[in-house]
Write a protein of this length. Structure first.
Length: 89
C-alpha cells in the first residue's frame, strides 16, 4: 500500500435507511388539486415494489390533468391585498 489509510464510514455494509416512514404524505402545496394528485405517494412505503411504476404513472396523470385544467380563481391567500377605498362624502 502507499501509506494512505483507507477508512469506511460507520454505515458501510449496513442497510440504507427507509427514505420515509410508512404513510408519510408529501407536504401540502396549497393547491388542492395538486395535493390530491400527490396523495398516493403516501402509500409508496406499503406498496409492493412491482406496483410503484403504476402508482407513479397515476400520480403523473393526475398532476398533468391539474396542469391542463382551466385556471380557476386565485386562492385568497395568494391574492394581493387591495388598498382600502374611501366611501367618499
Amino acid at each position: 500500500m502507499d501509506g494512505i489509510p483507507v477508512t469506511q464510514g460507520e454505515d458501510a455494509g449496513s442497510p440504507a435507511p427507509d427514505p420515509a416512514p410508512d404513510g408519510t404524505a408529501p407536504p401540502p402545496t396549497g393547491h388542492p388539486e395538486v395535493d390530491a394528485a400527490l396523495a398516493p405517494v403516501a402509500e409508496l412505503a406499503t406498496t409492493p415494489l412491482e406496483e410503484h411504476a403504476e402508482l407513479y404513472e397515476t400520480v403523473h396523470a393526475r398532476l398533468s390533468a391539474a396542469l391542463e385544467a382551466e385556471p380557476g380563481a386565485v386562492p385568497a391567500a395568494l391574492r394581493p391585498e387591495a388598498p382600502e377605498q374611501d366611501a367618499g362624502p
